[in-house]
Design a protein around this ligand. Structure first.
Ligand SMILES: [Zn+2]
Ligand SMILES: [Zn+2]
Ligand SMILES: [Zn+2]
Ligand SMILES: [Zn+2]
Ligand SMILES: [Zn+2]
Length: 323
């Protein structure tokens, strides 16, 4: 073995000497143009591999060693079983070189069973639990989160009114601790409306009502039921009227949204003027009846009232009974 290495080294020196004398194509180290690495000796599990590569322009060459391969043991025999406290050992014979290969086996995990509570948690304080390894007796502690209070029903201390919120008290069902809680203010309970001024045409009426609990009064201006007017909540009734006014040539605006805007108000006012009604632009009962009558006279059809859901249901029921 030693002799072989010596001969090899001598060869290398000879090659190096030849490189110095023969060609001198590459002046600097970075000028060399190497081919790919050629394996002279392959690596095994007992020796390194040896590779060369040569410059295409000159006699220069390089060498390198590659790492030994790992042994390839056959079946491993456990010589010492692992436990949860110590690693185990196993060995086998390399199928390539015949050497004995020894390896360690990872420790086993501890065999923790059920948790034992060592300190019960309370509403406010964490508790402690413990696990014990059935094999080695090792203990592992764990925190048990505090439970939090378990508040019972609210007992009214000061009842809420529709003017002010009230207070109540709650008691923890577990530890008896109490806390004060706010009870929301009550809603006013409005009584019936009292009309203080009747509506008339485009002039709204006025009505008031009082809270049956605190007596607080409120009033509002109103039109009679069924009146359509500017800036009211968009609705189907407005659409039905706009369609008739369109057919009659008074309305040229949008019909889709059911909005009673300036255009609608203007169309209603023109209709009223031409039909001997006061032209305030508010579609009161008289105006709506006149629009329907004019529309029916012009189209020869019979107008169908727009029904809300409840009315629709009644109409359907009436129909079913009629059959
Ligand atoms: Zn070269
Ligand atoms: Zn081997
Ligand atoms: Zn253990
Ligand atoms: Zn509590
Ligand atoms: Zn009230």
């Amino acid at each position: 073995m030693r002799k072989r290495r010596w001969v090899f080294a001598a060869c290398l020196m000879l090659l190096a000497a030849m490189a110095g004398t023969a060609q001198a194509a590459c002046e600097r180290e970075e000028d060399h143009r190497y081919g790919s690495w050629k394996t002279k000796t392959s690596a095994t599990c007992t020796r390194q591999g040896h590779q060369f590569r040569y410059c295409r322009n000159c006699d220069h060459w390089e060498q390198r060693y590659t790492a030994k391969l790992p042994h390839t043991p056959g079946e491993m025999t456990v010589t010492q079983a692992p436990t949860c406290t110590e690693k185990g050992r196993e060995e086998g014979v390399c199928t390539v070189c015949g050497r004995t290969v020894r390896r360690s086996i990872d420790k086993l995990p501890h065999a923790y069973g059920e948790m034992t509570v060592t300190r019960e948690p309370t509403c406010t304080a964490d508790g402690r639990g413990e696990y014990t390894c059935a094999t080695c007796g090792r203990k592992k502690a764990e925190t048990i989160d505090a439970l939090g209070h378990d508040w019972g029903e609210t007992v009214t201390v000061k009842a809420p009114t529709c003017k002010a919120s009230g207070t109540g008290e709650q008691t923890c069902l577990r530890c008896g601790r109490t806390r004060t809680v706010k009870i929301d203010r009550l809603e006013h309970v409005w009584g019936d409306w009292t009309v203080t001024r009747e509506p008339e045409g485009a002039r709204r009426g006025e009505r008031t009502c009082a809270c049956t609990l605190c007596g607080r009064a409120r009033s509002e201006r109103f039109y009679p039921e069924g009146t359509l007017y500017e800036d009211m909540e968009p609705c189907e009734d407005v659409i039905a009227m706009q369609e008739k006014l369109r057919d009659l040539g008074y309305y040229k605006g949008s019909i889709r949204s059911g909005t009673y805007g300036e255009l609608t108000s203007g169309a209603v006012a023109r209709f009223q003027k031409e039909h001997g009604l006061s032209d305030h632009g508010v579609a009161d009962g008289e105006t709506l009846a006149a629009i329907t009558a004019a529309w029916e006279a012009q189209t020869g059809k019979t107008a169908v009232d727009v029904l809300d859901d409840e009315e629709m249901e009644h109409a359907e029921q009436a129909q079913t009974i009629g059959k």
